[in-house]
Ligand binder design. Structure first.
Ligand SMILES: C[S@@+](CC[C@H](N)C(=O)[O-])C[C@H]1O[C@@H](n2cnc3c(N)ncnc32)[C@H](O)[C@@H]1O
Length: 309
């Protein structure tokens, strides 16, 4: 059942899949190590993960704080929390990893409860991200850490990247840019969240009165190169097939994007011109992948902002 206001139910398979596959190589391992040191994570800390989904931040940073520490994942989806708790039996290896149902606007913790409050790709989906960030700050101790890993998907879409596909015409490129900007505006107007929030989080932290605000970016580059050797390249091919070529939920996703575009002031007809362009490209990608001729290289903008209470 679609939710009121088009709010995503992340426990539906079409969304839950995004919390599994694409997470596998989301952050380079050495970047995670560097970030853990930059955050100052230490064994014994109590960390709250807000909008935890399947517990990604938990299993990613557990080696840095888990010994003698505690992880509590909070999410509004009890279905996801059940899956996350099952997975944690393995990654937390008998340590204190817990999951509780709760709302990010009203976290189920007293003031000054945790050493760390963290989130990843949560704020971008919220109508009132400032309120959620204020809740995260409320539950950390004085001097405690708040960190957020949030993308700027608008800039990622507009950024130039290389691929072996034929270039679009200038008019097609301009339509692509227009669809991206108008849909972004519409998404916010529909209360579906700011897809470019990553670059805004440091200012939000400052506004909230957090100190020592600082920011980094993900240095992951998505490149595909024949013969697609190794697990990471193979994983990328699998994700391209799943989300770009065979996407069984395509109509549903396109209709959401069309709603965003129209809410931002565009017309459905114009949006559908862009869909025609995607439809022209899809079989070309498939042909090149199968012939082992498809190359691509490009980055995405994901910001990591931290601040202290
Ligand atoms: C894109 S997912 C990110 C999950 C996880 N942080 C990750 O990076 O894999 C967003 C998560 O936020 C949760 N969420 C959305 N709105 C929420 C709210 N108001 N309170 C608590 N959780 C919420 C969703 O159920 C979903 O699991």
């Amino acid at each position: 059942m679609p939710r009121e206001g088009g709010k995503i139910d992340w426990s539906e398979d079409r969304w839950k899949d995004i919390l599994i596959g694409p997470r596998k190589y989301f952050w380079p391992e050495e970047t995670v190590e560097r970030l853990a040191a930059w955050f100052g994570l230490e064994p014994g800390m109590v960390a709250v993960d807000v909008g935890c989904g399947l517990g990604y931040l938990g299993y990613t940073y557990w080696p840095h704080f888990g010994a003698g520490g505690r992880y509590i994942g909070v999410d509004e989806s009890p279905e996801l929390l059940d899956d996350a708790a099952r997975a944690a039996e393995e990654w937390a290896d008998g340590g204190e990893a817990h999951f509780v149902a709760g709302d990010c606007y009203n976290l189920p913790f007293p003031d000054e409860f945790a050493d760390v409050a963290m989130c990843q790709t949560l704020l971008m989906h919220l109508e009132k991200p400032e309120r959620a960030l204020a809740e995260m700050a409320r539950v950390v101790k004085p001097g405690g850490l708040v960190f957020c890993k949030e993308p700027d998907n608008v800039s990622s879409t507009l950024a130039r990247s290389y691929s072996s596909l034929p270039d679009l015409s200038i008019d097609e490129e301009l339509l692509d840019v227009k669809v991206t900007l108008v849909s972004h505006k519409g998404r916010i107007e529909l209360g579906r969240g700011d897809n470019a929030i990553g670059a805004r989080v440091p200012a939000m932290m400052k506004e909230l009165g957090l100190t020592d605000v600082d920011v980094r970016m993900n240095d992951r580059v998505f490149h595909l190169e024949p013969p697609y050797e190794g697990p990471e390249q193979q994983h990328r091919i699998e994700m391209m097939r799943k989300f770009f070529i065979d996407d069984e939920h395509r109509e549903y996703r396109l209709s959401r994007s069309r709603e965003n575009y129209v809410a931002g002031g565009g017309t459905a007809e114009e949006f559908d011109k862009m869909v025609e362009i995607y439809d022209r490209i899809r079989p070309l990608v498939q042909e090149q992948l199968e012939a082992g001729e498809y190359f691509s290289c490009g980055g995405g903008f994901v910001y990591v902002a931290k601040g202290r209470k």
